[in-house]
Design a protein around this ligand. Structure first.
Ligand SMILES: Nc1ncnc2c1ncn2[C@@H]1O[C@H](COP(=O)(O)OP(=O)(O)OP(=O)(O)O)[C@@H](O)[C@H]1O
Ligand SMILES: [Mg+2]
Length: 203
């Protein structure tokens, strides 16, 4: 089982949207996927509760961060991929959550404010020595997106696929779906491409 932790100290960066869409794309690719929501806001779990069907899976309740390792070990035989969503913060336990991950994904919106806020996340990623990639989210087709990617590339790997700013991401949040299950072909394609990239990085 591979483990991915989604992390960004900045609120609203797109962590939960990334986690759920990637989880569905991976499930559609034949992987047995488990989601764990470590954010007390429980956005990921609420979305999942609105969802019909049982893949990707969630546990009856999410483990407290201190019990995560035992939960991960217990899940190893039953799942191919575990995706962990985290709160917009760098709590003391984040290091342990990054340590169990094969890969961390850090969504960043292309804006100077978001770029200035990556320090905390970057510090946690470096301290945990977890391989990581930045993913540009809510990205317009504009110079600021290219510029943000260029700056991020100075700090680490940047996914070659962006998640664009699209209404379908917000809409699918209400219905418990992912964009790869909906009618927005471009959103669907970018999430599938992102999943291919992420899968490749973990091999
Ligand atoms: N690519 C996108 N296009 C359009 N809207 C998006 C996109 N990604 C996220 N959003 C919207 O932006 C808001 C924040 O996204 P999301 O909840 O995924 O961020 P988050 O980092 O998990 O937030 P928090 O820090 O509160 O946990 C949500 O309303 C979501 O629907
Ligand atoms: Mg969230």
């Amino acid at each position: 089982m591979k483990v991915i932790t989604v992390t960004a100290q900045k609120g609203g960066a797109g962590k939960t949207t990334l986690a759920r869409n990637l989880a569905i794309a991976a499930a559609q690719d034949g992987q047995r996927v488990l989601l764990i929501d470590l954010d007390p806001q429980k956005s990921l779990r609420r979305w999942w509760e609105a969802r019909e069907g049982d893949a990707p899976a969630m546990l009856d309740s999410d483990p407290p961060p201190g019990r995560l390792r035992a939960t991960v070990d217990a899940a190893r035989e039953r799942f191919d991929l575990l995706l962990i969503d985290t709160p917009p913060a760098t709590p003391a336990w984040l290091g342990d959550v990054l340590a169990v991950a094969d890969l961390a994904l850090a969504p960043v919106r292309p804006s100077p404010d978001d770029l200035r806020a990556i320090g905390g996340t970057l510090g946690a990623l470096r301290a945990a020595r977890t391989p990581f990639a930045f993913i540009l989210t809510q990205a317009p087709r504009a110079k600021i997106t290219d510029e943000t990617a260029r700056v991020l590339a100075g700090h680490g790997r940047v996914a070659p696929v962006n998640m664009a700013q699209r209404v379908s991401y917000a809409e699918s949040a209400a219905t418990g779906q992912g964009v790869t299950e909906g009618s927005d072909g471009r959103a669907s394609q970018e999430v599938r491409d992102l999943w291919s990239y992420v899968k490749g990085v973990m091999e």
